[in-house]
Ligand binder design. Structure first.
Ligand code: CTP
Length: 412
């Protein structure tokens, strides 16, 4: 079988050196990579490096090998184009369809999925011009992954770092796995995913918690980003590094999680509540560490109810067409209990996990049935959490499209 053909576009930012690592990951995993650097990118990393690492000639301009019509052929034959780093200038050119060098020509002729991994200073990323260009590209189906937060060139820190090359590679792998013809069906959508488990403090050193690893939520966030969504991940105590390409909000308790979810859900198209939210919290919080006292029994811990975030956002939807997904862990009468919970929570889909021997917390695998409010049931066989995540988005995406049709019917 032919190797998948990847075009790695590199635009002129200091993060170009990190694209060498991405290139290595792509070639080592069996991709045929053609690097197309811009003139500016060559100031940072020279053509010899790209050629040696890719094992392919490096095309830098439209005027070489003209008989091969490179400005058209490279894009036409690609299975994936990934631009890393994508500067503010490159995003602007791509959004407006300019074609003044080989990379921008390639972007105009590519009919395959396109991934942009932006890197720039925070001010440039936040500028309305850049934000509008990003929105335009996403609306057209490009995957624009969110920059990471951290150290930038010089003394500055903030949002704008190129995501870790491994993370960009993972997104490319997922986009390619979905097939060259597959539309990034969450392009232009904002999705919110909660992940992990809340911790309810008793005193400054102790808490009531649960064993949720957050891996399912992370898989949901990553797969949604690869399908083109803008993703907000509300993370509770997972201890895992932030996934690339998504906005991460860190929370500790159920009350903090509620606040973060409500805020992010205000303009979200879909909300997936994968977090294990504590149903109860200690009624009081001791400002100082609770000490044992000789000869005295410990005081009982009194608990109070936490807000049920899933039920709340389902009942009072920020947008009527929003798709809301919950998770439930059941040991007995899985389907009957799941149906009952789906009704009580008022969400559109409920992913019901059977909690059992093989299905331990923290594992890489999962098995579930996705119940829909319209009565449909989608079994997901035992397999990677990523596969379950893809199934969830497979069920969410058509519901979003259906609501688009209803909206345009109303306006028409
Ligand atoms: N959930 C929530 N707020 C809570 C508790 C749970 O939003 N205070 C959400 C979880 O994120 C998950 C779903 O509701 O999507 C799980 O519901 P829950 O009733 O807690 O189910 P179980 O954990 O299965 O517990 P139980 O059967 O005891 O109700």
């Amino acid at each position: 079988m032919d190797k998948p053909k990847v075009v790695l576009g590199v635009s002129g930012g200091i993060a170009a050196y990190k694209a060498c690592e991405l290139l290595r990951r792509l070639t080592e995993s069996g991709h045929d990579v053609r690097v197309v650097p811009t003139d500016a990118a060559l100031h940072f990393v020279g053509a010899a490096t790209w050629s040696a690492l890719s094992g392919n000639p490096v095309s830098t301009e439209v005027w070489s090998d003209v008989h091969e019509v490179p400005h058209v052929r490279i894009g036409q034959h690609a299975d994936l184009v990934v631009v890393a780093p994508a500067t503010a200038d490159m995003l602007a050119k791509a959004a407006h369809g300019l074609a003044d060098d080989l990379l921008t020509n390639t972007l105009l002729t590519a009919r395959c999925p396109v991934v942009f991994a932006p890197a720039m200073h925070t001010e440039m990323w936040e500028h309305p011009a850049t934000q509008e260009n990003v929105a335009t590209l996403r609306r057209r189906g490009a995957v624009v992954i969110e920059p990471a937060i951290g150290r930038l060139t010089g003394v500055d820190t903030g949002k704008g770092r190129l995501p870790d090359p491994d993370e960009i590679f993972e997104i490319c792998r997922r986009v390619l796995a979905r097939g060259t013809a597959a539309e990034p069906d969450l392009a232009g959508r904002h999705v919110v995913v909660s992940a992990g488990g809340t911790r309810e403090p008793l005193d400054p050193v102790r808490y009531l918690g649960n064993r949720s690893s957050g891996k399912q939520g992370y898989a949901l966030a990553r797969t949604a980003a690869a399908r083109g969504a803008r993703v907000t991940l509300i993370e509770a105590n997972t201890g895992m590094p932030d996934p690339a390409g998504v906005d991460v909000v860190h929370v500790g308790t159920a009350v903090q999680l509620r606040e973060a979810v409500l805020k992010a859900a205000a303009d979200a198209d879909a909300v997936v509540m994968a977090a294990a939210v504590a149903d109860f919290r200690p009624a009081t919080y001791a400002e100082g560490k609770i000490k044992k006292k000789d000869g005295q029994e410990p005081a009982p811990i009194v608990l109070v109810r936490n807000p049920d975030v899933l039920a709340e956002i389902s009942a009072e939807r920020a947008r009527p067409e929003q798709v809301i997904v919950g998770f439930a862990a059941e040991t007995d009468d899985v389907l009957a209990n799941g149906r009952d919970k789906l009704r009580r929570k008022g969400c559109d889909l409920l992913v019901v996990n059977e909690v059992g021997e093989r299905k331990t917390f923290g594992s890489e695998e999962n098995e579930a049935v996705v119940l829909a409010a319209d009565g449909a049931e989608t079994p997901v066989p035992y397999g990677p959490k990523e596969a379950l995540a893809e199934t969830v988005w497979d069920l969410v995406a058509p519901r979003l499209r259906a609501s688009d049709t209803t909206d345009s019917d109303k306006s028409g």
